[in-house]
Design a protein around this ligand. Sequence first.
Ligand SMILES: [Zn+2]
Length: 139
Amino acid sequence: MGARLLCKTCKSIIESSGPTDEVYCSCGKVGIIGNKPPISIKGRHEDCALVDDKGNEIFVALELPDMSDEEVYKQLMLSINHQIEAMENLSQGARFSPCTNQDLLAHLIWIQAVLKIVDRRLAQASSSRKRKTETKQQA
Ligand SMILES: [Zn+2]
């Protein structure tokens, strides 16, 4: 698995194939250098996204604040199901080949996205508990 980057402007997915290989998207807004750590990404963070082998945006949920938590949760579940499926279908050789720091980063970003939703849910739950207590005190 190499590093794959999606340009949000021109929608092209670029992948660098060598340690000094420098690849830019078709509109030139974002680029990627190297396929092994340290990989460097050119361009603004909000203009691009890390994507998995099937081109699914790994942290799409964070870029769509108008989605409900339920929708975000559903998207994240779909995304992890795709990833598990893809890994289960790997050949023995591919399954036991080493992964890169970039692969680990992609998964950490995914876990972070999930934890942010949990955090938001907990905050909502505690503020509604607070409101209930306040109502009780008034009565
Ligand atoms: Zn582009």
